[in-house]
Structure formats: C-alpha cells, structure tokens
Design a protein around this ligand. Structure first.
Ligand code: BG6
Length: 797
C-alpha cells in the first residue's frame, strides 16, 4: 500500500462504525413513555409537543415507542383531551406538510389515554406493556415515567411504580420529576429520602427546564470550545461582574396559591438562576460531556459560594399582587402578603478564580420586558489614544467587552451567544449555531448588534424538547441530582429564613416601575439605589426604626456603655477599633488585638474586612482570646471564623497571626503538650508587658466570657496567663486567656448582642465582683479601659 497512514485511518473508521453499530443496537427495543398528569397545563403546553419532537427525532433509528397519557380523569374525558392536544402538535418549519401529517398520524396511533389511580391500575399497565411486547415480538428497552403532578402525589405514584410497574431485567427505568423539589433544605431532604426509597439515583431525572434552554445548554460547550481564548479571561482579573437575569412581564395572577408559598426566590432563583450560576462559575471539567465530572465541579462551585446574609438581597412585590392573593384565596382585606415577586441578590464566589467579582442574580414578575440572559462584563484596562469617533468595534480595546448567553425573548427575540468583537472570534458548532443576520438599529447592552460576533441556533428548540431527547439518551448532566439539589438548598435556606419577615418594596409593574427597582452594592451589601419615601405594605407590628434612636451613651457596671441598633453598633465598634489601632501603631509601631470567637463578632469582622481601608493591618498582630479544642480547619474553630470573615479579605502578614496551639502532636489540648504555656510564652515574647492594646470579649447567657465558665475555676485567678478549661456545651475542651491576662489589657471591649442576652445583661448589671459565679463580672482592666457595646435588644429588650 502506497499510503502509510491509510491502514490506520481505515482501522479507525472501522472501529467508529462498529461503535456506532453497537450504540444503535443498544438503543434498539421498545420504549414506553408514561406521562402522568397528561391532561394538565404543562403537558398541554410543552410535554406532548416534547414527546412528539422526540418521536420525530428518533423514528426510524431502531427504537419503537408507545406513549401513555395518564391522569385521574375518566377514560372518556382524558381521551378527548388528548385527542385535541395531539391534533395541535406542530412539526419543525423545514418539514414538508405531508410528511408532518403522516408522522403526526403515527404518533397519534401510538398515544393513548389511561386512568391511573390505584396500585392495580399500575399493575394492569405493566401487564399491558408486557402483552404488547410479546404480541409484537419486541424487546423492552425501557420505561419513562414523567411526573407532571403536584409533589404531594409523588410518594404514592413512586410506590406503585416501584412495586408494580418496573420494567423487566435488562431494561431501564427513568422517572422524570418536576419542581418544586421542597420548600427549604429540610423538606427537600425529606422528599429526596422518600424518593430514594423507591428509586436509584441514576433512575431519577429532576427537571430544571432552564438546562434545556439552548443558550444555557451552550455555556459549558462554549467554554470548552473556546478554552484557549477564555483561559486567561475567565477570572477575577478580567471579569468585572456577572449578571444572571430573568425578567418576566407576566404576573402571578391565577397561581397565587402556589406563589404565596414559594415567592420568586424559591420559584426561580434557587433553581434556574443558580444552575446557570454554577455553569458560569465552576471550574471547567476536562471532559464537559461527562455527567459525573460536571456534577463534581458543580458541587465544588457550590462549596465556594459565600453564605448569603439579609443584606445580600433586595426584595419587591408588584402592587396588584396583594389584591390578587386576597381575591384568589378569599383572604380578608386586612391580609397583607410579604411574598416577594422580585428579588435582586448579590453572590460572591470565594475562590481564587472569582474572589471579589460580584454576581448579580435578578428575577421579577410584572417587569417592563420579558428577557433572560447571562452577561459577563469584562474590565476595561486600556486607554485609547485616538478620538472616540475612530474606535473600531473589532480593534478598539476601549469599547465594552462582554460575552452574553442570551436565553431568549427581549429585543433579539431568540436565543443567542454574543461575544464583543474586541474580545475574540468564538468557535461554535456550525451544525447547530449560525451567525445572526444584521439588524440595523438594534442595540444590545449598550452596543449595536454589529459590535458582536452573534450566533443563534440553526433550529430553535423548546427546552422541553431538548430535555426529552436528553432523557431518552440518558444524558444526566442536564438534570438535577440529589446532591446538586441539596447543595442549592443549603445555599438558599439561611437567606430565605432571614428574609421571612422582610417587607418587600412595592412597585407598580411594567414600565411604570421606572428606577424604583434599580439596585447597587457596597461591599457585601445590596440595596435599592433610590430611597423609598413611604412604606406601602405595613410590616408585622410597628417596630421602631433605627432612625428613632440615636447611639446611646450611658454607664454599665460603672464603665462606659454604648448602645445602638446592631448595624450602627457594629459600625461604631469597628470605628473605635480602627482608631485604637491607628493610635497604637503611631505610638508603638504595632497593634496587638485579641479577638473572641462565636457569632456576635462575625458582622464586626465583616465590617472591618469590607469598610476599613485605612486599618493598619500590616502592623497588626491578631491573637485569639479563646479557642475550641478542634483542628483549626474545623468549622467550629474560632480561628476558622477569623479566617473566613476577616483574614482572607485583608493583608495581615502571616507572622503576625497567632492561632492558639490547640492541636499539637496530632492530639487536641493535651496537658502534656503544654500548648497553653506555649501561647503564654509567645504573648510574653511579642506583647510588651503581656498587655494587649485591645481585647474583644463577648458575654454568654450564663455569664461566661472568653472560655472562662462559671463551672470551671481555671483562669479566674492565679498566675497562669493561658489556661485549658471546660465548657458546658460542645466541644467541651477549650483554651482561653485568663482573667488576670485580660485585665492587663490597655482596653477591653465587650460586645453583647441579641434579645437572648437580655436576662444576663440585667442580672450582671446588679452583681458585684463575683467571677466564680459570673466570670464576666471579673473583667476589670487594672490600668486600662473597659467599654461595653450592647445593641438595643440586649440592653433594652
Ligand atoms: C417556571 C416558574 O419554573 O419558570 C414560572 O415556575 C416562570 O414562575 C417560568 O414563569 C419561566 O420560564 P420561561 O421558560 O418562560 O422563561
């Protein structure tokens, strides 16, 4: 043979043909699709069409099908309904009408209605399928059960399928589930456990129809096919912000009973927008078509999401909503719903790729337009010397640079992928994406369409049709696994809890909302850009507003007391700490700060991390007031809290950070390891006179402070500067600065927050110096100053 590479090529071609053959064989056989809830809205609008599309795509490729529409409706009514729906099914535009009619006819023949109510009904269905297979001499490939029913019906149906309607050996079972998958983490977990008792994980296909939207489904392939160009760009050095947006013009009228329970965050942010977020933020798997790799990278992205706080969200409610709820649910006039129909959320991804890049998630009903997109806006780091008139789209670095996955609707009217011409020419699969034809006058995201390389699908497909095909081909990466679902609820549930009583801002809806819903961020906080003049929805109770009070200065246990609402109190304490730090550095060249753990200091650390740019971190030493005897990487560790909320955001030299040595010789707080003595030596070596510039303490509901507890005498007096103690709550073993060492400090600040502290605050205000009963009462710096910082709830109740 003259051509040396030919054998190789021939062998490869033969192998490929063989693989194709084997794949085709594997698909061969009969597939039964059972659509539960076949007479419902979703089925009527999308699912029957999706099944028809599946048939059109697969007919003649070796598989035979039967479609069973099922519901609780009587056979006669159900059959009538289905006949009507089937008549309205459409074919792709490029199919000739005769062929379309022929295929629709075949599909109608294969589709039947049956009532499925009892376990016996499921048994009968299974028998009928088996009989049909036998009669036609077909091998069963598998069964798809599509649950288009409310979640309360899931368990019974799942039980019946599992006990009476599984396919025989060698054939697969796929159950397809529609949201809602729970209401919060706990309910999602319960539902998942219940379903898990009937089905294997690989049998379950939880639908998020946004994963079937063509622009969303293109995110990973796009990142993969443009790896080279994106490698240096897809990170915090280049991306200014990411916007993940879904605006709708429709409102919640007609479905308020569902909406009242869910609201916009549960309805679309927890699922659709979060899925999109993970596709943008995740590290790109080496093999983007491996479902397992995609899932693992998604989970990794979830782990990097910074926890949301109340201040990460702005909420709105369109004005007509309240009335709709009262009318549809027969509520009295006095009923005011707090359910948000609009939400803007600021998300941060705390990893090296995305640190500091804001991700805006936003969705709303009754907005001025219907549109969905993901927009990645890049920083502009260039200065262009020529006059703006001479800037050319594909050359000028000064024009905005962005990549947009346009999910649909809006000005463009179809899904698209847009890449600014001054970025790079993207590569997209030409068999499925084509360049968009010019549309003079059309501007998107501030630029004419001609400024972008713009691609749209060759054949626009509805999300459900895409997903039907993925179910048939077992492509699990387009569906939500249990782990994925629970990770999302872990992320959203604390925010939902904290917002439960938040009063949303009212907006008129449509274009009339004007700039009322514009929002902006400062640090980690999101807020509406415009102040609202009046609150139209009364909140529960008439709690006084922060502006009703000033920061209060008084005395507590003979020492100065500062009291305010939490936010102001934290701001004041942070200011005071900074002022103390600046003074200490000016006088001594360094500042020694000892910090307590627990939840009260968290907002303080965040405040210091995000609002105090003048803080002399480079000259600050950070010490721990106390520590739990757990490894430093344990979430319970006080040092871990310091790391998460402060250290990773500021620049303190490593040698100035002094964690407590609770973990030595691979054991925790063993006396023989002399960790407490080591810490004391370190303090005495570095802190003049072992006198900290500032010690921040808290006060427990039992009167403990640092890790000095009423039940444990260690550290209340004596000469040991650092001691091992026991806490009544877990983890019991602790290491703590002693009272005598604390009292050597130049300044001690005690931060007390929350209603739960009210009782102990009252009690301690009356007691004398009794550290054995209330260790906090032993805090009295010998020559330094003590200041109490209490929020109104702790101080006034
Ligand atoms: C659904 C929500 O999941 O998505 C609806 O429950 C929302 O409230 C819908 O209207 C939006 O989907 P699409 O495909 O119209 O963007």
């Amino acid at each position: 043979m003259k051509c040396p590479g030919c054998w190789k090529m021939l062998t490869v071609a033969m192998c490929m043909a063989l693989v194709a053959c084997l794949q085709a064989q594997e698909l061969q056989g009969h597939v039964s699709v059972i659509l539960l809830g076949a007479t419902g809205d979703l089925a009527k609008k999308y699912l029957w069409q999706g099944l028809f599309q599946l048939y059109l795509d697969e007919v003649g490729k070796g598989c035979s099908f039967s479609f069973h529409g099922a519901a609780l409706t009587s056979t006669k009514q159900g059959q009538e309904f289905i006949t009507k729906v089937l008549e309205s099914l459409s074919c792709p535009e490029d199919m000739v009408p005769r062929r379309c009619a022929e295929l629709r006819g075949q599909f109608q023949q294969l589709s039947q209605y049956r009532r499925l109510r009892t376990n016996e009904d499921y048994m009968a269905l299974s028998k009928d399928i088996e009989a049909q297979l036998e009669h036609k001499g077909l091998r069963e490939a598998g069964r798809v059960f599509y649950f288009s029913v409310p979640p309360f019906a899931y368990a019974d149906i799942a039980r019946s399928i599992n006990s009476s309607c599984r396919p025989g050996p060698g054939a697969w079972l796929r159950v397809v589930l529609e949201k809602p998958f729970g209401h919060d983490h706990l309910s999602a977990q319960q539902l998942a456990t219940e379903l898990g008792s009937f089905f294997q994980e690989e049998e379950m296909y939880r639908v998020d129809h946004y994963l079937g939207k063509q622009a969303v489904a293109q995110i990973l392939p796009f990142r993969d096919q443009n790896r080279k160009a994106l490698d240096g760009l897809w990170n915090r050095h280049h991306v200014e912000r990411v916007e993940i947006i879904m605006k709708e013009t429709v409102d919640a009228g007609g479905r308020t009973s569902f909406y009242e329970e869910y609201g916009v965050i549960r309805d679309v942010l927890q699922n659709h927008l979060t899925e999109v977020l993970t596709l943008v933020a995740m590290e790109l798997p080496y093999n983007v078509s491996s479902s397992e790799a995609v899932l693992q990278h998604k989970l990794q992205a979830f782990r990097a999401l910074r926890g949301l706080q109340k201040g990460s969200a702005v909420l709105g409610q369109y004005q007509a909503y309240g009335e709709q709820v009262r009318r549809e649910q027969q509520k009295p006039d006095s009923f005011h719903s707090l359910t948000p129909t609009f939400a803007g959320i600021l998300v941060h991804v705390d990893n090296l790729r995305w640190e500091g890049v804001p991700f805006f998630l936003m969705s709303g009903k009754a907005m001025d337009e219907r549109v969905g997109y993901v927009r990645i806006l890049f920083r502009n780091q260039a200065y262009c010397a020529q006059n703006e008139k001479r800037w050319v789209a594909d050359q000028s670095q000064c024009l905005p640079r962005q990549i947009v996955f346009y999910i649909g609707h809006g000005e463009l009217g179809s899904p698209a992928v847009l890449v600014s011409r001054n970025l790079f020419r993207p590569s997209l699969p030409s068999e499925s994406w084509k360049e968009v034809e010019g549309r003079p006058g059309l501007h998107l995201f501030g630029r004419p369409l001609s400024d972008y390389y713009a691609y749209s699908p060759v054949r626009e497909q509805d999300a459900y049709s895409v997903l039907m095909s993925h179910i048939f081909h077992g492509r699990k990466d387009s569906f939500i696994t249990t782990e994925n679902l629970l990770a999302s609820w872990v992320f959203w549930t604390p925010l939902l809890d904290s917002l439960a009583h938040e009063v949303p801002r009212l907006y008129p809806g449509g274009a009339e909302s004007g700039h009322l819903l514009d929002f902006e961020f400062r640090g980690t906080q999101l807020r509406f850009s415009r102040q609202q003049l009046e609150q139209l929805v009364p909140g529960p109770g008439s709690a006084p507003k922060p502006s009703d009070f000033q920061v209060l200065r008084a005395k507590y246990r003979e020492s100065p007391l500062i009291s305010a609402w939490p936010e102001e109190l934290i701001a004041k304490l942070a200011d005071d700490i900074e002022a103390t730090a600046v003074r200490a550095v000016r006088r001594f060249g360094e500042f020694h700060l000892a910090l307590s753990g627990g939840s009260s200091p968290v907002p303080l650390l965040q405040q210091l991390a995000t609002r105090h740019y003048g803080f002399p971190w480079a000259h600050t030493h950070l010490w721990l007031v106390d520590e739990r005897c757990v490894p430093l990487r344990d979430p319970e560790s006080n040092f871990q809290g310091l790391q998460a909320h402060l250290l990773q955001h500021v620049r303190v030299p490593h040698y100035n950070v002094h964690p407590m040595p609770v973990h030595l010789h691979q054991r925790l707080c063993a006396e023989e390891d002399r960790g407490a003595q080591m810490y004391a030596s370190e303090i005495s070596a570095l802190v003049t006179n072992s006198s900290f510039d500032l010690v921040l303490l808290g006060m427990g509901t039992d009167g403990h402070t640092a890790s000095l507890f009423p039940q444990s005498p260690a550290g209340l007096e004596g000469t040991q500067p650092v001691v091992l103690t026991r806490s009544p709550s877990k983890p019991h073993q602790r290491m703590s600065l002693s009272l005598p060492l604390i009292n050597r400090a130049r300044k001690v600040a005690v931060l007390v927050m929350g209603r739960l502290k009210r009782e102990i605050t009252m009690l301690v205000s009356r007691v004398g110096h009794e550290p054995k009963k209330w260790p906090i009462s032993g805090v009295l710096p010998s020559s330094g100053q003590l200041v109490w910082y209490m929020d109104y709830e702790a101080f006034l109740g």
